[in-house]
Design a protein around this ligand. Sequence first.
Ligand code: NAP
Length: 282
Amino acid sequence: MSVLRPELFKNCVAIVTGGGTGIGRAITYELLTLGAKVVIASRSAEKLQIAVDEFAKVGSGNITSIPCNIRKENEVRSLISETLKRHGKIDFLVNNGGGQFLSPAADMTLKGWNAVIETNLTGTYLMMRETYTQWMRDNGGAIVNIIADMWRGFPMMSHTGAARAAVLNLTKSVSVEWAQDGVRVNCVAPGVIQSPTAAANYNVDVFEEAKKRLPSWRTGRPDEVSGAVCFLLSPAARFISGTCLNIDAAGSLYSPLFHNVDEHDKLPEYKWIPDPPKQSKL
Ligand SMILES: NC(=O)c1ccc[n+]([C@@H]2O[C@H](COP(=O)([O-])OP(=O)(O)OC[C@H]3O[C@@H](n4cnc5c(N)ncnc54)[C@H](OP(=O)(O)O)[C@@H]3O)[C@@H](O)[C@H]2O)c1
């Protein structure tokens, strides 16, 4: 159920990467309930088909899928051109597909680092570039990039922190470059959002751990992210571009999530200004 007006997105066409699971699935569902035609895209044709079938069962049939690895330029090109062939236009792009793994920065291999950067940064760039050059440059549109709570760095997930910070900067750059074409580009930064597929990405229960360190004392739900995405795509946000909406119930303002610093004395105080002279008692 959306807080936006029913049928608001009637006749609109949206692409949602990673739209078959977790946060992307919730975004897809809300777009469908608002009347949009949605193309979901990710690497696994099987996952996509399961989502298409599930939505069809509950009568949200305006959904199709196209398998695509966003790291592959040729696959991204065909995803956009095939969507245009199917629907004749693209009003919305939601760059939600992405992923990472837990590791200290010092232990990452170059291969692991590159995989995360290519997925989350380069994949998002390719999706935006192809959607813009093949359609939005001439017709306008709205783009939302899902990033993450990386505002204070992202210990144990530094690769994704770096990639998401870069996506935010990329968003700001193209929001200016593409303004003259009527293209708005924004980010949504989810806090800790629990779903079965998100949990399966990690070999420790990051969500249980995170709960204790959040001002909300609970994790977020995928549908608590989708409302923000649909708002940013909607005409209510027509004067909003180049910014980021944090969906984290103030989590990003609170304590570190995945990394405790043990007590230590490795940063002793260094007094470079001598103490002021003691004040006389008189
Ligand atoms: N859950 C959280 O707490 C949280 C917080 C901040 C940000 N995020 C981000 O939000 C997005 C959605 O995550 P989620 O929590 O909903 O987890 P999820 O269910 O695992 O969703 C990730 C989706 O991305 C797709 N994907 C991964 N690599 C891809 C690639 N190379 N090309 C195309 N699609 C790809 C996956 O599908 P395939 O496997 O079929 O490719 C999957 O559908 C991700 O970018 C995630 O990093 C999540």
